[in-house]
Design a protein around this ligand. Sequence first.
Ligand SMILES: *[C@@H]1O[C@H](CO)[C@@H](O)[C@H](O)[C@H]1NC(C)=O
Ligand SMILES: *[C@@H]1O[C@H](CO)[C@@H](O)[C@H](O)[C@H]1NC(C)=O
Ligand SMILES: *[C@@H]1O[C@H](CO)[C@@H](O)[C@H](O)[C@H]1NC(C)=O
Length: 318
Amino acid sequence: MRALLWFPLLSLLALTLPHLSTTSPTSPTSSSSQRPVIGILSQEVSRYDPTPDAESYIAASYVKFVESAGARVVPVMINQTEEEYKALFYSLNGILLPGGGVSIYSSGYARASKIFYDLAIEANQKGDFFPIWGTCLGFEQLAYLTAQKPVLVNTNTTSVTLPLNFTNEAKGSRMFQDFPDELMRALETEALTENSHMWSVSLETYNSNDDLKTFYKVLSTNTDGRTEFISTWEAYDYPIYGVQWHPEKNPFEWTRAYYAHSSNAVKVTFYFANFFVNEARKSVHSFESEEAVRKLLIYRHSQTYAGDQRPFEQIYYF
Ligand SMILES: *[C@@H]1O[C@H](CO)[C@@H](O)[C@H](O)[C@H]1NC(C)=O
Ligand SMILES: *[C@@H]1O[C@H](CO)[C@@H](O)[C@H](O)[C@H]1NC(C)=O
Ligand SMILES: *[C@@H]1O[C@H](CO)[C@@H](O)[C@H](O)[C@H]1NC(C)=O
């Protein structure tokens, strides 16, 4: 009798006090999907970094990219234990692998990427949705993780802004489904995508590699005049996305004259950020409590001005 009385009361409480649900990851009233938390992977500092004491960094533009579409960011540090990464994986709603200059084979960035990638493959296969976004180095890292062998070729693409060459698959893709036709035309005709890479996955490599071909759908390509390479892809069966170019630079980075800052350039950035954050909203992972996530948020860290030494205006150093 008492149990019968209490049951609807408790349900009512759970409904009217949504903040309570954050303490219970399995609660059907969990509001985590409207409060996505995305991990951004850090990487080893380079010799150009102005902060000799720091061991790792995240360029602030990646944080702004994610925040601009309504997600909060937790920095994912390198050199954590597998258990620590696993706990984070089941708390985060997605992870972004940023661009940069470290090894995709032997760095702390490479190690953490592999752990998250393997966990994401396993989870997604079980219907536990977890998106991964790779930008530039992150794209190359995804290629290596999927192919399980080096697949990159050298291209002359270290400092050039290009229009995208869409494949026939782009129109029906998940990544571009919400892009207005006008913006698709702009992407195709205006130089809106900034390339800062010397390595690429050539179309030739892709076409001769079954692991890549069956896993990723190519949505756009580009060429350096000699080699046609993949600039945007999405996995067929997983929420895994890669861009070889830099959507986060258009609104947030100013150190190079060839970065695109037009209204269309900034719209492109926002549509991609919105797409990725929407993917993260589908993940039901959550932190144990709001307190637990607040302890880890990027808000706890300060940005450093780095625009005189690095191609990033601001950097989080750890
Ligand atoms: C990561 O581990 C390596 C090797 O143990 C060490 O040299 C490096 O300083 C560590 N980096 C961080 C950020 O902890
Ligand atoms: C590399 O590309 C740039 C244009 O982006 C061009 O000016 C330069 O000549 C190219 N270099 C080589 C070696 O092809
Ligand atoms: C687009 O792809 C075609 C066919 O592969 C190629 O001939 C052309 O050069 C590419 N254009 C650009 C801008 O990358």
